[in-house]
Design a protein around this ligand. Structure first.
Ligand code: UT7
Length: 327
């Protein structure tokens, strides 16, 4: 029995940070940001709005869309790089809010986290240890961005996406997952204490060598997609949709070119959210569903990359999850 996606939910903060807002903070321009990243605006969490707040709402949304009771959830896996605290985990906090039971834990694989989380939860469901699992990607990245660093602050945004997993019917479900890591690339993107406090104690902030991450990203998106397809025994020409991590529109376009697929297959949803790390894949998947881009029996690929360096891809035969446009 395969593990199937029963529904996709999301929740984003109401606060919006536009390119015009960023023009007032750093030496940048709306034109530069649009042309070099494809981003028009991103969501920004309020000071008292946490990854748990976003995650719980995204989980509730996914459960409501599927018509499932939150209290029947027997596994929660949350991927986040911006938990409310080192512990307890965001997953445990969400479990309490939902009234759910069973194991709950976070995974941390930076922007690849959602794929790591899906892969782990898949094993619980396909092994019969969970029947209603919620997998969440939730981020408040704007809280770890240095708004004086134009190389990072224009890119990242906040949001959460969630899927409900359960036993699939027929041939539908997750057909393969491939995960990878190359720790030697750890210095390309990482979080370190900023300069705004006593030495080594400043507010944590993202540091990134954008150009080198860009090169890695375009190669790995294509490579991981092909590896997952081979493992699932599915041909690229039979894939209806590829939902990549939304890091930069140019990365997505370059990966599409490498694979020889068009914009009808490769989802580019970055304009309104920016790079939301582990939330970007479920957010883009939800928007694709709302746009009617998937139907029962279609094959899709979820593929991502991030700090670590890490990467991952899953091939899924779509079961035909219900869709609700409003979050
Ligand atoms: O999800 C986690 C993984 N992260 C990523 O995937 C990020 C991947 N990298 C990127 O998306 C891109 O590298 C960035 C968007 C971060 C930067 O775009 P780029 O086209 O690679 O720019 P660059 O770093 O090569 O810089 C080109 C020029 C530089 O000026 P000079 O040296 O040519 O005079 C930069 O200083 O653009 C300048 N620049 C900017 N100018 C205006 C860099 N950031 C900005 C900015 N506004 N925000």
């Amino acid at each position: 029995m395969l593990t199937s996606i029963k529904s996709v939910g999301s929740h984003v903060p109401s606060g919006i940070l536009t390119n015009a807002d960023l023009e007032k903070m750093v030496e940048t321009s709306d034109t530069w940001i649009r042309e070099r990243t494809g981003i028009v605006e991103r969501r920004i969490a309020a000071v008292d709005e946490s990854a748990t707040d976003l995650a719980a709402e995204a989980a509730r949304d996914a459960l409501a869309i599927a018509g499932l009771r939150p209290e029947d959830t027997d596994l929660i896996v949350c991927s986040t790089s911006t938990p409310d605290s080192m512990f307890p985990s965001v997953a445990s906090r969400v479990q309490d809010r939902l009234g759910a039971h069973g194991p709950a834990f976070d995974v941390q694989a930076a922007c690849t986290g959602f794929l790591y989380a899906i892969s782990v939860a898949d094993r619980f469901v396909s092994g019969g240890e969970a029947r209603q699992a919620v997998v969440i990607g939730s981020e408040t990245l704007t809280k770890i961005v240095n708004f004086k660093d134009r190389g990072t602050c224009v890119v990242f945004g906040d949001g959460a996406g969630a899927v409900v997993l359960g036993p699939g019917s027929g041939s539908a479900g997750i057909k393969s997952c491939v995960l990878g890591s190359d720790g030697s690339g750890g210095d390309l993107i990482y979080v370190a204490p900023g300069a705004d406090g006593p030495e080594g104690r400043g507010r944590p902030e993202i540091r990134m060598d954008g150009r080198r991450v860009f090169r890695f990203a375009t190669e790995i998106l294509a490579q991981a997609t092909l590896q997952a397809l081979e493992k699932a025994n599915v041909r690229l020409e039979d894939v209806k949709l590829i939902v990549p991590h939304q890091a930069n529109a140019r990365i997505i376009e370059a990966a599409a070119k490498r694979l020889g697929v068009g914009a009808d297959v490769m989802v580019n949803d970055i304009a309104n959210y920016g790079n939301t790390s582990t939330a970007s894949i479920p957010l883009a998947l939800k928007d694709s569903l709302a746009a009617g881009r998937l139907k029962r029996g279609d094959h899709l690929v979820l593929v991502g990359f991030g700090a670590g360096l890490t990467w991952g891809a899953c091939v899924i035969e779509w079961e035909g999850a219900p869709v609700r446009v409003a979050a």
